[in-house]
Design a protein around this ligand. Structure first.
Ligand SMILES: Cc1cc2nc3c(=O)[nH]c(=O)nc-3n(C[C@H](O)[C@H](O)[C@H](O)COP(=O)(O)OP(=O)(O)OC[C@H]3O[C@@H](n4cnc5c(N)ncnc54)[C@H](O)[C@@H]3O)c2cc1C
Length: 342
């Protein structure tokens, strides 16, 4: 198989919310050489298209239009070494967590804080995945992608990717890029990042005084398993809202009334606020509208208790946004990509 086409494909098992959706056509591609022909055919029919990885950062509020393209390009290899950093190239269809484990097994570090993030390697640059004080952008050497507009395979340097907090040009230019591989520059030795959100305490509780990359990996996995609902048990897409970044003056005003609201500096003039705190203190933790719910374990996570549709989850998300806006005057922005909202 290098190109596999399926008509009227069921996407229910291909999104971690587990909501029902169908694609008129699902194209699975395991050879980048097939992409020019595939996209010429898509353009010839004047159809829109959507890239799909493991569906762990999108919400099907309705059926996607046109063709869904799932790159299942495989392979992880070391391709070079310079300046103390090792270049690793991974195909877009590889599992992200599998890649993190592979790098540790090859005595490379840097990605350990990003362990257990679901999804594919190809989707990781799209929202510049981040966790426990580390963002993917810090390790990107290059992103290989098919430029659908130009009909050519390209190699984008980090400065061309427009990375920002949970954002990139790939997210801002939907329909233009299909990422085929990611190149990472990883150190063999580096000071672990342990200062974020309970990670230091987790290491201390495990009796680790001088953590290495493996110890941080284990601690991150333990923390995530304890804190985040497992999509295999209850449908979800991880954090549903970004932490809002607001002008420092606005943050000072909100914190004047709510001094325990957690916040972090975000550049010279902005402050990042805890979206989870805002939702919880709006009384919405555990709130349900039918089978669409706010997790009772983590207020940032929306969950499908069984029979929710994407439209119902979207309605719940809007209720959360409206309630937080009315109570605190802060706008929340969804993190997952909303598909088919009409
Ligand atoms: C339990 C849980 C925990 C999570 N924790 C985190 C976390 O800590 N940090 C974090 O950053 N994210 C987190 N996420 C979100 C998610 O795992 C990541 O965003 C992940 O990178 C999405 O990968 P995916 O393959 O599932 O992408 P999908 O959900 O399939 O796609 C996401 C977006 O990327 C696009 N896309 C997918 N593949 C490609 C490609 N090859 N080329 C171009 N565009 C593409 C899609 O069109 C869509 O817009 C979590 C999700 C869950 C369910």
């Amino acid at each position: 198989m290098s190109l596999h086409l399926e008509h009227d494909a069921d996407l229910t098992a291909l999104n971690t919310f587990g909501v029902p959706a169908r694609a008129a056509m699902l194209a699975r591609v395991d050879d980048a050489g097939e992409l020019p022909g595939l996209f010429a055919a898509i353009a010839g029919q004047g159809l829109p298209w959507l890239a799909l990885g493991q569906g762990s950062n999108l919400l099907f509020a309705g059926d996607p239009q046109g063709i869904v393209v799932q790159p299942v390009l495989a392979g992880i290899a070391v391709t070079g070494e310079s300046g103390g950093r090792v270049r690793v190239r991974a195909g877009a269809g590889e599992s992200w967590h599998g890649l993190v484990e592979w790098t540790l097994a090859h005595d490379l570090c840097g990605l350990e804080n990003l362990a257990l993030i679901p999804g594919t390697v190809g989707a990781a640059p799209v929202q510049n995945i981040g966790a426990y004080g580390v963002e993917l952008a810090a390790f990107i050497g290059a992103v290989e992608a098919f430029d659908v507009g130009a009909g050519v395979l390209c190699r984008l340097e980090p400065g061309d990717c427009g990375f920002a907090y949970r954002d990139s040009r790939f997210k801002r230019e939907p329909g233009r890029w299909l990422i085929t591989a990611v190149e990472l520059d990883l150190p063999r030795d580096a000071e672990p990042v342990t200062g974020y959100a309970g990670l230091g305490a987790e290491l201390a509780a495990a009796g680790v005084t001088r953590p290495d990359a493996r110890a941080v990996f284990e601690a991150v996995c333990a923390l995530r398993r304890r804190k985040l609902p497992d999509p295999a048990r209850i449908g979800n897409a991880g954090s549903f809202f970004k932490n809002p970044v607001v002008p420092a003056l606005q943050a000072a005003f909100v914190r004047d009334h709510h001094p325990d609201l957690p916040c972090w500096p975000a550049g010279a003039e902005h402050v990042k606020l805890s979206a989870a705190w805002l939702i919880e203190h709006s009384g919405l933790k555990g709130h349900r509208i039918g089978d669409a719910g706010v997790s009772d374990r983590h207020a940032l996570v929306l969950v499908n208790h069984g029979g929710a549709t994407g439209a119902q989850l979207l309605a719940l998300a809007r209720h959360v946004q409206d309630t937080v806006q009315a109570r605190f005057g802060v706008a929340l922005e969804p993190e997952p990509v909303i598909i088919g909202a009409g």
